[in-house]
Design a protein around this ligand. Structure first.
Ligand SMILES: *[C@@H]1O[C@H](CO)[C@@H](O)[C@H](O)[C@H]1NC(C)=O
Length: 225
């Protein structure tokens, strides 16, 4: 009897833990009456999108080395909307908005492209932003770094070594962060951890022993000619 009660309480605790860590995903196609909304339903779909959101979350927690709940942002649900809007996608308040017009106009493999877009946007849900002090280019660069490591870098991205500034953002900064991570495994995870409460360029010195400008100069030199 005591054993049975023990077993049942164990189940209850495990269920409670599961509830505490589970993230709820919703996908709403608000552009279903437009060509892009129809193309979303035919080529990507709600079921696949939800699966991708869950896979992206696991991948991001892993990339950021956030193994416990206390390492992560406290987010209970992420809601995706396919909207009749310009641009590609944006994220705010744990809502990801994807452009149906972009889906319509994309001429290549749209499912793979949107998967990459979702990895980028989902990174914005989970990454720390240095209490809003971090450079926007670094925030976007980390999101594209995750997309790169997940294997969804599109062919139109800059090649390694290209770009004018380390904090130019997106693919330029993603390639640079990949170089930095090659100097020290887990660099991007450590950088993100440091960005939980604030931001300072000295984080690069603390992790890699060189200023970010020195690192950028060495990165450019490596790929010159
Ligand atoms: C950034 O870090 C450097 C070196 O630790 C420090 O001298 C500087 O005051 C910091 N800047 C800010 C804005 O906190």
């Amino acid at each position: 009897m005591a054993q049975k009660i023990y077993f049942l309480s164990l189940l209850a605790i495990l269920a409670a833990l599961q509830l505490a860590t589970a993230v709820d995903y919703t996908v709403t196609n608000r552009a279903a009456a437009t060509p892009g909304g129809v193309k979303f339903n035919n080529n990507i779909g709600v079921t696949y999108t939800k699966q991708t959101l869950a896979s992206a979350t696991s991948f991001i927690w892993n990339t950021f080395q956030q193994n416990t709940q206390s390492d992560r942002k406290n987010v209970a649900s992420v809601n995706v909307f396919i909207d009749d809007m310009d641009g590609v996608a944006y994220t705010s308040n744990n809502e990801i908005h994807v452009s149906a017009r972009y889906i319509q106009g994309y001429s290549g493999d749209v499912k793979t492209e949107i998967t990459g877009v979702l990895y980028h946007e989902m990174t914005h849900v989970w990454q720390w932003n240095g209490n809003r002090q971090a450079p926007g280019g670094l925030i976007e660069g980390i999101a594209d770094y995750v997309r790169l490591k997940a294997g969804y870098a599109p062919s139109h991205w800059v090649r390694p070594g290209q770009g004018n500034r380390w904090d130019q953002g997106y693919d330029v900064t993603a390639r640079f962060l990949d170089y930095c991570n090659g100097l020290r495994g887990g660099f991007v995870a450590q950088l993100n951890k440091k960005m939980r409460n604030g931001y300072n360029n000295s984080f690069f010195v603390e992790l890699l022993g060189k200023t970010v400008d020195q690192l950028w100069a060495e990165y450019k030199a490596k790929y010159k000619a």
